[in-house]
Design a protein around this ligand. Structure first.
Ligand code: ZN
Length: 280
């Protein structure tokens, strides 16, 4: 009888282990080992990463903000992307990138802030390019307290011309032209502004309008080579997205406040993520 009960209990535990929660993922402090190769597993908004690495807190052309959040982990390809992008921005003298969230040590759902960023392939980068960051490293306190400036005039769709500069457009173009970048999310007003420019538009294809994203842009990389269980997002349309489809974002429908769902659905992750979570 004792044996029977303990078997039942074990059964209950292993079922519980399958339904991992956001707090299980946020409690993990170290990446899992990658075996032969780092892997992004599952979907951007329902997945995980094994063999993630840490983004150094400073590098050429970038500094990492909000270190206390510990969201500076990513697939090695994401870390290389940020380092290369920092170099490009520095070479073109566009300023210093302030890096917000990447992902958790093993990716997965977070308790706050994002639905995506789960597979180690997403990074938020601030639009603010403060002169102070170009002259010295920000201290830990500044990295917690400096805030990201919105590029919009408050409560409106209008771009704040005091904030927005030609540098911002060159920064977005540089990111968009990097082949490993799948897409970049920006506020619809920013997309609309870029569409009005008379300069070549091919790189605007990857620039996607999305809610908020007025104080940072969100770069998403393609599934890396060798990540066989990584689920790609539907391919982008062929055009530059500067057509009537952009109007939707300024409609009453798009602006309707979203009704928050009463209880966030438990994330459904691929079974492989259970091994990533449970690995010592
Ligand atoms: Zn983001």
């Amino acid at each position: 009888m004792k044996f029977f009960i303990s078997t039942l209990l074990l059964g209950a535990f292993s079922t519980a282990a399958l339904a991992s929660s956001a707090s299980d993922w946020s409690n993990i402090m170290q990446p899992s080992k990658s075996g032969d190769m780092a892997q992004s597993i599952g979907k951007y908004d329902g997945g995980c990463v094994s063999g993630a690495v840490t983004l150094p807190m400073d590098g050429t052309g970038y500094q990492v903000m909000r270190l206390s959040r510990k969201r500076y982990f990513g697939h090695p390809d994401l870390i290389h992307f940020i380092e290369n992008f920092g170099h490009a921005v520095s070479d073109q003298k566009l300023g210093t990138l302030l890096i917000g969230d990447l992902g958790q040590p093993r990716g997965g759902p977070t308790l706050s802030g994002h639905r995506s960023h789960q597979t180690g392939l997403d990074v938020d980068i601030w639009f603010s390019l403060p002169a102070i960051a170009a002259t010295r490293k920000l201290d830990i306190n500044e990295r917690e307290t400096l805030s990201a400036n919105s590029m919009l005039i408050s409560q409106s769709d209008a771009i704040d011309e005091k904030q927005w500069t030609a540098q911002h457009e060159k920064v977005l173009e540089a990111a968009s032209r990097m082949p490993e970048v799948d897409r970049i999310f920006v506020n619809p007003s920013i997309k609309r502004l870029l569409c009005m420019r008379k300069t070549p538009h091919d790189w605007l294809r990857k620039i996607r309008p999305w809610w908020k994203h007025d104080d940072h842009f969100h770069v998403r990389l393609k599934c890396p080579g060798g990540s066989d269980h990584c689920t790609s997002q539907a391919p982008l349309p062929e055009d530059d997205g500067c057509d009537a489809s952009l109007d939707y974002w300024f409609s009453a429908e798009a602006k309707k406040p979203k009704v928050p769902s009463p209880k966030p659905k438990a994330p459904r992750l691929p079974p492989l993520c259970d091994s990533v979570l449970n690995e010592n």
